[in-house]
Design a protein around this ligand. Structure first.
Ligand SMILES: NC(=O)c1ccc[n+]([C@@H]2O[C@H](COP(=O)([O-])OP(=O)(O)OC[C@H]3O[C@@H](n4cnc5c(N)ncnc54)[C@H](OP(=O)(O)O)[C@@H]3O)[C@@H](O)[C@H]2O)c1
Length: 344
């Protein structure tokens, strides 16, 4: 049986084509994808020609249709509503989620409550797992089981990663200071942010430094482009600190360490996709399984809110147009989502 799929082409673009429905592997689930969400790496991989011939996309929400032979009993149910991320869009290795079906790690799918739409749930994937990684794996900050209160700066709080990081940092008891355009301040406060600053103001770092009484020591740069590493560094207190960056950049301040975090290590296997060459970290996979449980519980309780979504018309027919929209920086506090059944 064949399926519609959005496939990378040799010129770094995509075409809507047809591919065989994938065969489930022993530790995987086959998911009928209802909605797929877009992330910046979707176009990074296309630009580097890494996606040529592969289905693009990393985030999905849909229904479990088949379960692999080695998946432990009780982990998954056929017909279950799930969401998550995969390593999509890498030729000769992984097909992606911008298709009618995708394969996912059976243990890394988040169970969805009945009242959460697939469109909203598709936004969880890469962003929510990145949020868990930066807080509890990279920065080793307090977990929800042992909350503590001290300030953390989440630069770019209205980004998808930022919105999930704010909510999870609050679950750990932290005091969240964040930045966004002023039109998004109310949204970030509704997610729990304690203080929101407009990053377009010239003296924003000084204001954050004053607000935190020159003591801020932890930050996550959810933009990591242009002048954001400098602004983040300038916001930290007199003793310096530690910044997690999401692109390979450095904070230009000697008493501040910058550490690049790549969500692709989540699967516990090596990630060798130029320019990245990361060894396997089985312990990251163990942590990710805990986070899956946490996310499922926090969605069910109503604490964890998904980000606002922009469901674009025509399903997968205009992906190139929406990748360009995203690449040009037009996305503001929203996730671009494709409803697969809308594809002509
Ligand atoms: N390393 C990894 O594993 C990993 C994983 C996921 C994403 N990423 C990277 O993380 C970044 C965020 O990804 P995303 O999908 O969450 O992004 P996104 O949702 O597309 O980000 C859009 C947001 O960025 C904000 N923004 C833009 N410039 C800003 C600035 N100078 N200061 C503060 N905020 C600014 C905008 O805020 P306003 O609209 O409020 O102005 C907008 O809401 C991207 O660079 C992405 O490539 C890395």
């Amino acid at each position: 049986m064949s399926m519609k799929a959005c496939i990378g082409t040799e010129d770094g673009k995509v075409t809507l084509g047809s591919l065989p429905k994938p065969q489930v592997g022993p530790k995987q689930i086959l998911v009928k994808v209802f909605a797929a969400a877009q992330n910046p790496p979707d176009w990074y991989l296309l630009e580097r020609r890494t996606s040529t011939g592969a289905v693009i996309g990393c985030d999905f929400a849909g229904i479990v249709e088949e379960i692999g032979s080695d998946v432990p009993a009780g982990v998954r149910k056929k017909g279950e509503r799930v969401a998550g991320m995969i390593r999509g869009g890498v030729k000769d290795q992984w097909h992606g989620t911008f298709a009618e079906y995708c394969l996912a790690d059976a243990e890394l799918a988040v169970s969805l409550p009945d009242n959460l739409g697939f469109e909203e749930a598709s936004s969880l994937g890469m962003a929510a797992f990145t949020a868990c990684q930066v807080l509890w794996q990279n920065q080793k900050l307090p977990t929800p089981e042992k909350p503590q209160s001290f300030p953390i700066l989440i630069w770019g709080g209205s980004s998808t990663v930022g919105q999930y990081t704010i909510q999870l940092a609050k679950l750990s008891g932290l005091q969240v200071i964040t930045t966004a355009s002023s039109k998004n301040h109310d949204l970030l406060k509704s997610l729990g942010a304690d203080a929101v600053f407009d990053y377009r103001e010239q003296d924003v770092s000084l204001k954050i430094r004053e607000f935190t009484e020159n003591k801020l020591a932890y930050a996550i740069d959810c933009v990591s482009e242009g002048d954001t590493p400098k602004h983040v560094g300038d916001s930290l207190g007199e003793d310096g600190g530690h910044v997690t960056v999401l692109l390979p950049v450095q904070v230009p301040r000697e008493d501040v360490t910058s550490e690049f975090n790549l969500v692709m290590t989540l699967f516990g296997e090596a990630y060798i996709v130029p320019p990245h060459s990361l060894p396997a970290h089985p312990e990251h996979y163990d942590l990710a399984k805990k986070w899956v449980k946490l996310m499922s519980e926090q969605l069910a309780s109503g604490y964890l809110k998904t980000v606002p979504v922009k469901v674009v018309p025509n399903g997968l027919a205009d992906v190139m147009k929406w990748l360009e929209y995203h690449r040009l920086g037009k996305v503001s506090a929203e996730k671009i989502v494709y409803r697969i059944s809308d594809t002509p």
